[in-house]
Design a protein around this ligand. Structure first.
Ligand SMILES: [Zn+2]
Length: 405
């Protein structure tokens, strides 16, 4: 073999090797790109559909607008409510979903609230996997001093308070002060507020830690925040002695509240069709005690079709409350019950997709929204709670001295 042939053969062999390597190089590069995408899950690489909750909008209405079939809306919304208390949804919150036309399923979703809380969902088989991501916020306590000008509502809103914050203050003070007769323009109030700051902006739903109010006819009143675990119904404003100022006489049917469905038009999780939901669904684990929200007489305590084990109680005001899907019935028809008495246990009887309480409220023979009922966690804190509350009051007083106005 002469030198020229050897060079030519080496060249050909080299080219063959090179071309067999190139595709491997390209696919290796593709693989590393995919690995990179997996490391950055918050950067959407797939076609997301995004909707923003409008005023008065619901999770059902925005999913329907995306053209997703009703049975899938039913499945997704029901499981969504198990992770997110739907009463915390606010206009402006955004839902992004990936809908797979082959499986007819929402394969991924991200729900962003206010905008620091991101809820990530992923469908695996028929189950929604869930992960919560909290973006770092800084907490800031601040004193707001003000003088009454016209109504308390308008004064608080003019000071830049969010409607939800205004409502906490209002509910707290109304139990003690008759604003109709005793409030006067120029009455003075102070509020200690704990705000979450994100990218220089304050987020809504701040915590009200303290409220004082002083007027010539009202006298001086102080309220302090008592707090247990998140969602505990006792969390709220109390006076120094641990009495809740807002005394509507109505309590909560459970010790911890997580609303998975509200009153009104919904896509029924069982039928997969638009229907009217006549009460609130509260998520709770199997066997959790259920309380009567007020004194009354049991008018129904039996198995009742779709409601499963159902209790209805008639209260002196004429209002009727309903507790459905119970696992056990603890009271009989005709029994008198007291507010806060255990009447049964959480279950999933009747047409039910999982353990929860369906709570209905009837007035004049019509179901009305339980949102109309002002429930109070505790009228008076227990002595064990009072010990914790005294320490909380001391801390709040210190914060009052240190907080900037
Ligand atoms: Zn229900």
């Amino acid at each position: 073999m002469d030198l020229g042939k050897t060079i030519l053969l080496t060249l050909i062999l080299g080219l063959i090797i090179l071309f067999s390597i190139i595709p491997t190089c390209f696919s290796a590069k593709n693989k590393s790109d995919k690995a990179l995408q997996n490391l950055t899950p918050n950067v959407p690489q797939e076609p997301w559909m995004q909707s923003t909750i409008p005023e008065g909008g619901s999770i059902y209405s925005i999913l329907e607008k995306s053209g997703i079939p009703l049975p899938e809306i039913a499945r997704f919304s029901y499981q969504f409510g198990n992770y997110i208390d739907v009463t915390t949804l606010q206009p402006g919150d955004t839902l992004r979903v990936i809908f797979d036309p082959d499986s007819q399923k929402i394969t991924k979703a991200m729900f962003t609230q206010e905008p620091t809380i991101r809820h990530h969902f992923k469908t695996e088989s028929d189950t929604l996997r869930y992960e919560k991501e909290l973006l770092p916020v800084s907490l800031q306590t601040r004193i707001i001093n003000g003088e009454l000008n016209n109504t308390l509502d308008s004064t608080l809103l003019a000071l830049g308070l969010h409607p939800y914050e205004k409502q906490q203050i209002n509910n707290g003070l109304e139990g003690d002060i008759n604003f109709q007769t005793d409030a006067r323009n120029g009455d003075k109030f102070s509020i200690l507020i704990e705000e979450r700051i994100f990218e220089g902006k304050r987020m809504p739903r701040a915590k009200i830690l303290y409220v004082s109010y002083e007027g010539s006819r009202t006298g001086f009143h102080e309220l302090f925040r008592y707090e247990e675990e998140e969602g505990a119904v006792v969390n709220g404003l109390y006076n120094k002695e641990g009495k809740a100022r807002s005394t509507s006489g109505v309590g909560y049917p459970l010790g911890y509240i997580h609303v998975s469905s509200t009153f009104g038009r919904w896509v029924n999780p069982i039928s997969g069709r638009w229907e009217f939901h006549t009460g609130y669904d509260y998520r709770a684990s199997y066997g959790t005690p259920v309380y009567s929200v007020a004194n009354g007489v049991v008018t129904v305590s039996s198995y009742n079709g779709g409601w499963g084990n159902e209790i209805r109680i008639k209260h002196p005001s004429g209002m009727v409350t309903q507790y459905a899907h119970l696992s056990t019935l603890g009271v009989r028809t005709g029994h008198a019950v007291k507010k806060g008495q255990v009447i049964g246990r959480i279950g999933s009887t009747g047409y039910s997709t999982g353990p929860h309480l369906h709570f209905g409220l009837m007035q004049g023979g019509q179901w009305i929204s339980p949102a109309n009922l002002r429930m109070v966690g505790a009228e008076k804190l227990s002595s064990a709670q009072m010990e914790k509350f005294k320490l909380m009051q001391d801390k709040i007083r210190q914060q009052l001295e240190q907080a900037p106005a």
